[in-house]
Design a protein around this ligand. Sequence first.
Ligand SMILES: [Zn+2]
Ligand SMILES: [Zn+2]
Length: 261
Amino acid sequence: MISNDNQLAVTILGSGTCVPSLKRSSCSVLMRTGDTILLFDSGAGTMRRLLEAGVEVYDVSFVFYSHFHPDHTGELVPFLFSNKYPDGSRRKKPLTLVAGKGFLKFYENLKFVYGHWIELGPGLSNIVELDNANYDMRRFDDFKVESLPMEHNPESIAYRITGPGGESVVFSGDTDFSENLVVLSKDADLLICESALPDGLKVNGHLTPSLAGEIARRANVRKLVLTHFYPECDRADIEKECRKSYTGPLILAEDLMKIEI
Ligand SMILES: [Zn+2]
Ligand SMILES: [Zn+2]
């Protein structure tokens, strides 16, 4: 992966869902700011896509979780276990896991099952729980993280990352239509937004292309990336549906796609 110092660089790792697909891995997004590597969600296939993007598991410093559904968290356990190979010494940087309230319990339950197999060495892991009911903001290294609750699961939050140059990227995770997502995305350089199913197949808890477009238009984002596509999306004209509500720069995510900010 090309290093782009002091600017957020974004690569879509998985543009899919829980549905097995050779084309679309489960949800994951890679970001880099300076030397710091961030992951957003880690569904099945994430580690393979990471390798394809030229990143080793040991080099990831942060994993942010939008919520706990398996298509977003499924590869957390294999990810932690892989960091212990061959003797845990290849990870030099601490790993920080960030998620909405409830994640500590989620992690403790995983530890109840997997025990020391998923525990990194002393000082090598931290967990940060963000408020899942209100706005939250934290600063890490050279970037800022803001979050707001989404309309999906009780723990669901979306993230806005602001890099050292002031550039901003929003990651929606899964959500239904959300005024909070409009607020969090206000004037962002990039909105990576779920668009799970075509307009005619809307389900509770998820967006469609035209609803994602409406959020992007109202938030005045500079660029919109649609992702989290169920197979039905690959049989519909997603771009045309999104264009009903949004006329700005639009990208339909594919695995390993690099996104310019
Ligand atoms: Zn999902
Ligand atoms: Zn979900």
